[in-house]
Ligand binder design. Structure first.
Ligand code: PLP
Length: 381
């Protein structure tokens, strides 16, 4: 058989053809009016997607570069912060902070568990010298979406900053930066922004810019003051990733034409479809607050999770993601993120049913597909 490859992972995600082919266009010089026009349109599109009036800066890095940028531009050595660690990516905030000599009070959550704004409020009351709260919109390792709106209500009443990793969630699930009082928001190009890996985005509130003035952590390449000054001149401080910026313009056009509301609805329908389908064949979700970005599913008892992933990826070329860290072999993750349509979910579920039956799991084959079709038929728009 022709082994067609199906990318069903929560990053990198599939890229629409307009954006793919834009990578083949001749390179233009970045210090030209032509490039500046494209760059400024991208910046506007990012502001639209971040739902902010503040500047959004484009970095040539993966998402983690923007996370580091958030830390080194706002804090100083010895500053105390709270970091919500609900999985692999929440953990990263703590690692970055410690690497730069920031003192971290880490709230370690079991993967998939929720953390309420009331809990955060108590934590801040007992740690009044906290400079920043680091959190994750969509924890990609567990498929959990956290209550950023609630955290914003709590943190905005204090002198601390709310820093949010929106790398997989922003653009797929609602998180209006300004309305929800997010002080620093970071995102990455290879998730919901529908282009290849290589760009990261960051925006700061006015409250966060005051922190920038006092921050003494070392910085050069990621010094946001330089980015701000350059953006005033319609450019970037260093050579931008020209082709990726042009590709981002194509995908942002799709996002803007569709509108955020319809885009969020699209993800909600795909999320509901996936959850209903896996439940219909007796599988359980990992998360108690599952998001519409990806669905993390527990490997059922008696099934070898590593084999499940291997068969899906290598036999059927349906590239879902497995579990990370201690969840390796215990969960698998189906993404409904980026440039994915309804029938991409059907493909994932079909490969899943074939794999599960091969591994001896007992269920009615076809039931997941039927459950998925029921939701899609009802919600088709
Ligand atoms: C993918 C991801 C990251 C890491 O981004 P890189 O692009 O690999 O550096 C960070 N946080 C979340 C929530 C992610 O999904």
């Amino acid at each position: 058989m022709i082994k067609k490859y199906y990318l069903l992972s929560p990053g990198p995600t599939p890229v629409p053809e307009e954006a793919l082919s834009a990578a083949a266009e001749p390179i233009i010089h970045h210090r030209t009016p032509q490039f500046s026009d494209i760059f400024m349109e991208v910046t506007e599109g990012l502001k639209y997607t971040f739902q902010t009036q503040e500047d959004v800066f484009t970095l040539a890095s993966s998402g983690t570069g923007a996370m580091q940028t958030a830390v080194i531009n706002t804090l100083s050595p010895g500053d105390k912060v709270i970091s919500l660690n609900g999985g692999k990516f929440g953990e990263r905030w703590g690692e970055i902070c410690r690497a730069f000599g920031v003192e971290v009070k880490e709230i370690k959550l079991e993967w998939g568990k929720e953390y309420t704004k009331e809990q955060l409020s108590e934590e801040l009351n007992s740690n009044p010298d906290t400079k920043a709260v680091f959190s994750t919109l969509s924890e990609t390792s567990s498929g959990t979406v956290f209550d950023i709106q609630g955290y914003g209500e709590v943190v905005s009443k204090t002198d601390a900053l709310l820093v949010v990793d929106g790398i997989s969630g922003l653009g797929a699930t609602p998180c209006p930066m300004d309305d929800w009082n997010v002080d620093v928001m970071v995102a990455g190009s290879q998730k919901s922004f529908m282009i290849p890996p290589g760009l990261a985005y960051i925006a700061l509130s006015q409250k966060a810019w005051k922190f920038v003035e006092n921050s003494t952590l070392p910085k050069y390449y990621y010094d946001l003051k330089r980015y701000k000054e350059s953006l005033g001149k319609r450019t970037t401080p260093w050579t931008p990733a020209v082709s990726l910026v042009i590709q981002q313009k194509k995908s942002l056009d799709i996002i803007r034409n569709m509108g955020l509301k319809r885009l969020f609805d699209h993800h909600r329908i795909l999320g509901e479809t996936t959850r209903a389908a896996v439940k219909a064949i007796g599988l359980e979700l990992l998360s108690e607050r599952p998001g519409n970005i990806l669905t993390a599913v527990k490997v059922p008892e008696g099934v070898d999770g590593n084999k499940l992933k291997k068969i899906m990826q290598e036999k059927y070329n349906a590239y879902i993601a497995g579990g990370q860290s201690s969840y390796k072999g215990k969960i698998f993750r189906i993404a409904h993120l980026g440039y994915m349509g309804a029938f991409d979910i059907i493909t994932a579920l079909s490969a899943l049913e074939m794999t599960l039956s091969e591994l001896g799991y007992e269920f009615d084959r076809g039931k997941a597909i039927k459950a998925a079709q029921d939701i899609l038929k009802e919600n088709w728009q």
